[in-house]
Every structure is written in C-alpha cells, then in structure tokens.
Design a protein around this ligand. Structure first.
Ligand code: COA
Ligand code: MG
Length: 292
C-alpha cells in the first residue's frame, strides 16, 4: 500500500467519488468524520457500499475505520460492517499492542459468523493518537498476525496533550516528531508497514509532496489522504522509481554473483549485509505493490 484515502462513511457521494481516484486502499470512516447522530446511518451506508464494491474486480483495498474501544461504539460498528467482508479494520486511538490482540479475537468471531476465512480480515492500527499510545509504540510485535500496518495521528494527539500548535514554520514540533518516530520504529519492530499521517491542508500539493518525500526518506512506505486530489501525489512519491529498483537489483545480483559473501565492493563502494537486506526489502515491497 502507498495510499489510504479516508472517506466519511455517511457520504454516499464521497464514497462513490473515492473509488476511481487511484487510492491503493479506501478507509471508510465511521469515527471522527461522522457525527454521533450519524453513526447508525453511516454504518448502513458504509456496509452497503462495501458489499457492492466487493463484487468488483480491480477495486481498491477496502478498510473500515471503526470507533475506538473506549467509545463503546466499536461492537455495533463491527456487527454492521463485517457482514460486508471488508479487507480490514482501521483501529484508531490504539494504546497498546493488547488493543490489537483484543480486536483480533473479536474479528475471529465475526469471521466465523460470516463464513469468512479465519485471519482474512487485516488490521491497521493508529498507534500514537494519545500520550499513552505514543509511549507504548513498541508493544505491537506479535500482537496479531492480522496487523498489516501502523499509522499515527497528530490531530488527536494534539487534543490529548492540549498543545496549542502542531507545527512551527511548516515542521512538526517536538512532541509530534516523537510520535512520528515512535510509529516508524514501532512498525519496523513489529514487522509491519509504517504509514505516515494525513496532510490536512488539502489544497497545498507542494507541502504534501514535501512531506511525502521526507516520509519516504525516513522509511515510511505509505501515507494516508483526506482528499482524492492528494492520492496521485502520494502514489507517485511512494512508488519506488526505476533508478531505486535498478540499484537494488544490482546489489542483490552482485551478492549472488560473488557467492553471497558478508561484504563486497561495487563501483568503489563498500556493501555489506545491511545494504543487501535493504535492497531485498525494496524489491519485495515493489513486487507486493503489484502495479499495472
Ligand atoms: N473522499 C472522496 N471524495 C471526496 C473526499 C474524500 N475524502 N473529499 C472530497 N471529495 C469530493 C467532494 O465530494 C467533491 O466532489 P464533487 O466534485 O463531486 O462535488 C470533490 O471531491 C472535491 O471536493 P472539494 O470541494 O475540494 O472538498 P470539500 O470541501 O467537498 O471537502 C473535506 C473537504 C475536508 C470535508 C473532505 O475532503 C473530506 O471529507 N475529507 C475526509 C475527511 C475525513 O475522513 N477525516 C477523517 C480522517 S483524518
Ligand atoms: Mg482522529
């Protein structure tokens, strides 16, 4: 996955619009973009949308962002949408790997009830939206085989802390940088995809592109979007380019040709096992993207 587009679950118009924007995954939202009095309607609209789109070949990945466990809305959200067999669930305000383990157990029951293959429903956890979540980012290793990715969110963390400002001169202030780094390390430690947070200024493509480039340099492999126009910008930057792939292939080939040594020199540069692992990782990710 390179891009995941949030779409308010109560908006049929936006749901329809989201299908064709090129997002690798759609995150149909039942949480923050849906008001309390629209939750029930959103569950119905979302579930109808998912059932229909599920039938189509060549569709984006279909995820539903449910409400957090402490709202007591999560069970009703899952009961409504699991019938429609989404590819996965986005769990917000996750505070510990145990929250993912808990969701795993709940999903297992829904899979039995709906005749879905055991373990087929994936989980994407948003792990640093609260102070305790940010501190516990290292707890996701072995939390669930369903865990596919972790992401972070600055808006809710800002509300939890009560910080007056998230950014200074375009860059995140320290506490948000901490949450971002915690998420990246937490993802790698858990062996799942690190996903960068949304860029809320949806008319500023330049700023979005800058943030995508920074995220990619740091090791994120995808970014969440809030507007269809952001998707092509994200996809372009998060697709490994031809030079990166050629370089990675060259490194893998060089190690193989030399009989898989610990270290070798290529064009005057020392390459050892970390270079090989990085190159293999990039090639694997490119293959998994399965681009047409
Ligand atoms: N998914 C699908 N379609 C969307 C969309 C989204 N996230 N955001 C906007 N669109 C559609 C609009 O409906 C509009 O369609 P139209 O041309 O058929 O009228 C078109 O894209 C252009 O939208 P625009 O006028 O530029 O924006 P807006 O003022 O209608 O909407 C937001 C702005 C922020 C309200 C909207 O982008 C949105 O709802 N984003 C998602 C918010 C969300 O899910 N937040 C939670 C996660 S942080
Ligand atoms: Mg939120």
């Amino acid at each position: 996955m390179r891009s995941g587009l949030f779409i308010p679950g109560d908006s049929e118009k936006k749901l329809t619009k989201g299908i064709s924007c090129g997002a690798d995954s759609l995150f149909v939202d039942l949480e923050d973009s849906v008001s309390l009095d629209h939750k029930q309607a959103a569950r119905q609209v979302a579930s109808g949308f998912l059932s229909e789109l599920n039938q189509q070949a060549d569709r984006p990945g279909l995820f539903v962002r449910v409400n957090a466990f402490d709202t007591e809305l999560t069970d009703d959200d899952l009961a409504a949408v699991m019938k429609a067999r989404p590819d996965g669930i986005v769990l917000p305000k996750c505070e510990h790997g145990q929250d993912v383990t808990r969701l795993d157990a709940i999903l297992r029951v829904h899979e039995v009830e709906n005749e879905i293959e055991d373990g087929a429903t994936k989980i994407i956890a948003i792990i640093t939206e609260t102070a305790i979540g940010a501190l516990n980012a290292g707890t996701y290793r072995r939390s669930s085989k369903r865990l596919q990715a972790v992401a972070w969110g600055a808006e809710d963390l800002s509300a939890d802390i009560g910080s007056a400002r998230r950014r200074e001169d375009g860059s995140y202030r320290d506490v948000f940088r901490y949450a971002r780094v915690q998420t990246l390390l937490g993802a790698i430690a858990a062996g799942v995809e690190p996903v960068d947070t949304v860029y809320t200024d949806f008319r500023d493509d330049e700023g979005l592109a800058r943030e995508c480039r920074e995220g990619k340099l740091d090791g994120f492999t995808a970014k969440m979007a809030i507007h269809p126009a952001q998707v092509p910008v994200i996809n372009e930057i998060y697709t490994p380019d031809a030079d990166e792939i050629a370089r990675a292939q060259k490194i893998v080939d060089a190690f193989e040709a030399a009989g898989n040594p610990g270290v070798l020199g290529v064009e005057g540069e020392m390459l050892d096992r970390p270079h090989l692992r990085k190159a293999q990782k990039l090639l694997t990710r490119f293959m998994q993207l399965n681009l047409k």
